[in-house]
Design a protein around this ligand. Structure first.
Ligand code: UD1
Length: 418
């Protein structure tokens, strides 16, 4: 099994170019089922994207991949398609469930494997199904599959989500564009990745308006012509490298981003004493000393993202005093804590809150990655720790971080894959 070997305490300088967003690409790929022909650029070629490509090919789309150019071309000119998303392709990547909305819109039926639980929590899909049922889909669960049908087409409705979900908002949008009349989605997630999906859908001809947490969709006719779209930057990858800069950076530049989208993260890091100079599309992080403690909670966008909680926790170990981070989105997202403790971190967990005492000297150890963001937090801890760290089970990292070692190595980090 592959592992990363990291020699810590090396100062990092240079420029890191941020890849396109995995979490924006996945729903856009699911939305491509609706179109005739699509050309996507700035696609990150990480494991989850390849899994989605495999799923779309299984369904019957033609896919042309140009990883060197970060381009993906998709074609769906068939009348009849395989409206099935099998377990083997959904179990490793929950976003597979997003084909449900597109398949129902275009083919009026879908059979999609239930994604099941995952390491960070139970992660049900009840909110996805709630919205689709309100749009008139008949849904039953059989043998681990969601079997959905809308033989006479979907019907526009007013839908208020009982709680905010990124995936459910995306699935509801993909179904609502094909629903007769007008749909109002309320209490929606408004993550930048959803805004990017809406931009893409508008290029396909969809009529969508966003008003704070409300999204209004009018029945749309999908364009016959080829659509080009450049995927938004990965704000979680950007935030991860910002934290790398705060931990071990001397002069690190993060480029290929839209700074305004991550202004909250920048504000929080500045509050902790990180030296950041930002411009419209890049950020310079300078050596930061005397980091201050912070109290923070994860929230839906524009709040602090749960996908950066583990990475920020590593920075907290280097800040003076007792920092606190409350995880509000997932019920079991502190699995990196025992591993960080093995490296010397002082962390107590009380219900949803992790209390981190610092500053602490971290030391290298053999650690085990448990999920995508937890894995990268161990890499961050290894970069600031004394001696050598071995991070095991790095296939999680490959699901979401493009060229991680290459990007870090270019900036003088000592990191290799075995
Ligand atoms: C997406 C992101 C993931 C991120 C998460 C929260 C992608 C591919 N993944 O995941 O990286 O961590 O948003 O920002 O974009 N929930 C329900 N019922 C549902 C759906 C969700 O109870 O039907 C709960 C979840 O268990 C969780 C919370 O709602 O506690 C938020 O989950 P959600 O926003 O749906 O996350 P994902 O879309 O799965």
């Amino acid at each position: 099994m592959k592992k990363l070997i990291i020699e810590g305490k090396k100062e990092i300088s240079g420029t890191i170019s941020i890849s396109g967003s995995k979490n924006a690409s996945l729903p856009i790929l699911a939305a491509s089922i609706l179109s005739k022909a699509v050309k996507l650029s700035n696609v990150p070629f990480v494991k989850d994207i390849f899994t989605m490509i495999e799923l779309l090919k299984f369904i019957g789309l033609k896919v042309k991949v140009q990883p060197n150019k970060k381009i993906l071309e998709l074609e769906n000119k068939k009348r009849n398609i395989n409206t099935l998303a099998p377990y083997r392709l959904v179990k490793t990547m929950r976003a597979g469930v997003l084909v449900l909305g597109s398949l129902l819109t275009k083919y009026k039926k879908a059979k999609v494997s239930l994604p099941g639980g995952c390491a960070i929590g139970t992660r049900p899909v009840d909110l996805h199904l709630f919205a689709l049922k309100k749009l008139g889909a008949k849904i039953k669960i059989k043998d681990g599959y969601i079997i959905a049908e809308a033989s006479r087409g979907l019907l526009g409705a007013k839908i208020k989500f009982p709680s905010i979900s990124v995936g459910a908002t995306e699935n509801a949008l993909l179904a609502a564009v094909g629903a007769k009349g007008k749909t109002e989605l309320m209490n929606c997630a408004i993550e930048p990745e959803i805004i990017d999906l809406v931009k893409f859908l508008k290029k396909l001809g969809c009529k969508i308006k966003i008003l704070k947490r409300k999204i209004i969709v009018n029945q749309s006719t999908i364009s016959e012509s080829k659509v080009n779209h450049r995927v938004i930057f990965d704000r979680i990858e950007a935030g991860t490298y910002l934290i790398v800069g705060a931990l071990v950076g001397k002069k690190l530049i993060i480029k290929n981003i839209e700074t305004k989208i991550i202004r909250n993260e920048i504000f929080i890091l500045k509050k902790m004493g990180v030296k950041i100079i930002s411009s419209k599309n890049s950020i310079l992080i300078l050596r930061s000393k005397n980091l201050k403690r912070i109290l923070i909670s994860t929230k839906p966008y524009p709040g602090f993202p749960t996908d950066l909680q583990a990475q920020l926790m590593v920075l907290m170990t280097q800040a003076k005093g007792r920092s606190k981070i409350k995880e509000n989105i997932f019920e079991n997202r502190f699995m990196h804590v025992p591993e960080l403790k093995r490296m010397g971190a002082k962390i107590d967990i009380k219900n949803k809150i992790a209390i981190v005492s610092g500053p602490t000297r971290l030391t290298g150890a053999e650690v085990m990655a448990t999920d995508l963001r937890a894995s990268v937090s161990l890499v961050l801890a290894a970069l600031v720790a004394e001696n050598k760290t071995v991070v095991n089970r790095i296939y999680h990292l490959d699901r979401g971080y493009e060229f991680l070692e290459k990007k870090l190595k270019k900036c003088n980090a000592e990191i290799k894959r075995l």
